[in-house]
Design a protein around this ligand. Structure first.
Ligand SMILES: Nc1ncnc2c1ncn2[C@@H]1O[C@H](COP(=O)(O)OP(=O)(O)OP(=O)(O)O)[C@@H](O)[C@H]1O
Length: 362
């Protein structure tokens, strides 16, 4: 396998992706909701990328674009190098490449059917395996792959006979039945008991390790993202505001919002399955109103380090060593920072309060 992400094949990519919805604000007025508002995202083969952010930031909408539920409003989406529209012409073939795992495995399972039927149906459709015995053998193989063993004891049970963690394993087995390249895991552990969360995350890590699967892991919990992912994309108000190798982002964040997520996690260094971000519950942290068009940084009204220029014009994307990208003026203070075009950013920018303050000091 190639050593660096730059050398690996890109399986999912977006460029300037926008997904807007018609909706209503709290006053009942019609508004345009910018669920995703100019996102550049990349997932390489065999990589686990975590999309992290609070509720309403646009994470699920991203996954829904890749699973053909929402169409992009603007921007480009490619899947294994092909434009999404082309890749999705044949839906069945598309879903062989890309599979979605939901937060609530019950939502996508007929609880009246046995596991044999729930997983077996996908096996028969996608692999054209006929004959009860052949289908059952394949189902048992898949259940064993997600550590539901002995598999023969699970096939004749109903989803209601299983624990939450076991049901999520069945959902993963069903996704694996089509032998996908990519798993989109949308908060796959948030409805599970803390003790089982780790098991499911370990299973995803194991599938990547053994089968080279690529995983888009969606979560509001940066501690679990740190546990599982190679890279983190932090999303806020429909935009990715910071991204890079997981350890670098978590141990040395640049954007104050990333710092807030880390501070809100119980113990980002030692995830034991119980992590829950407190960002949402704080009364001072009102969720972002993504129906309002904002030129600068959407986080500025909550940011302890906000400067005038954070809201007066677009915030450039800065690059840092290690493939890190940050949309925050604080990145200018970092060593080896470059602008999007690879040049060092101008340090003396009018309106930069920090610089002005330094000049005025006698
Ligand atoms: N079909 C839709 N119609 C109108 N608005 C939508 C639709 N889907 C999502 N939204 C809005 O888009 C924004 C982003 O939603 P999204 O579900 O992607 O966020 P999220 O980060 O996944 O949050 P959560 O973790 O709560 O699911 C929210 O303001 C949401 O209300």
């Amino acid at each position: 396998m190639p050593e660096t992400t730059a050398e690996r094949e890109v399986v999912l990519q977006t460029r300037s992706l926008e997904v807007h919805f018609d909706g209503q604000n709290h006053a009942g007025k019609k508004v345009r909701i910018r669920a995703v508002d100019g996102v550049d995202f990349t997932l390489h083969r065999g990589e686990i990328v975590a999309l992290v952010g609070e509720s309403g930031c646009g994470k699920t909408t991203m996954a829904r674009v890749f699973s053909l539920i929402h169409a992009p409003t603007a921007g480009a989406v490619t899947v294994a190098g092909r434009p999404l529209k082309v890749a999705a012409r044949n839906e069945r073939r598309y879903y062989r490449q890309v599979q979605l795992i939901y937060q609530d495995p019950f939502a996508s399972m007929n609880s009246l059917k046995k596991i044999r039927h729930i997983v077996g149906r996908v096996v028969s459709i996608h692999h054209r395996i006929r004959g009860r015995r052949a289908v059952r053998e394949r189902v048992e193989e898949l259940l064993a792959r997600v550590n539901l063993t002995p598999a023969a004891t699970f096939v004749d049970r109903h989803p209601t006979d299983l624990s939450g963690g076991q049901r999520q394993r069945v959902a993963i087995a069903r996704a694996l039945a089509v032998e996908p390249d990519v798993i989109l895991a949308d908060e796959p552990t948030s409805m599970l008991d803390a003790s089982i969360r780790l098991e499911v995350l370990n299973l995803l890590a194991d599938l990547r390790q053994r089968d080279g699967l690529s995983v888009l892991y969606i979560t509001h919990d940066i501690a679990s993202a740190r546990y599982l992912s190679d890279r983190i994309d932090v999303m806020y108000g429909g935009r990715i505001i910071e991204s890079g190798p997981t350890e670098q982002v978590v141990t040395d964040p640049v954007h104050p919002y990333t710092q807030l997520l880390i501070d809100s996690a119980p113990d980002p260094a030692h995830f034991k399955g119980s992590g829950h971000s407190a960002v949402q519950s704080s009364s001072t942290n009102a969720p972002v109103d993504n129906s309002v068009e904002v030129v600068g940084c959407r986080f500025a009204n909550r940011c302890p380090a906000a400067q005038e220029r954070c809201t007066s014009g677009p915030i450039p994307e800065f690059r840092l060593p290690g493939g890190r990208r940050v949309s925050c003026v604080l990145a200018e203070d970092r060593e080896q920072v470059t602008s999007d075009d690879g040049t060092p950013p101008p340090r003396d920018v009018p309106g930069n309060d920090a610089d002005t303050a330094k000049e005025e000091t006698p």
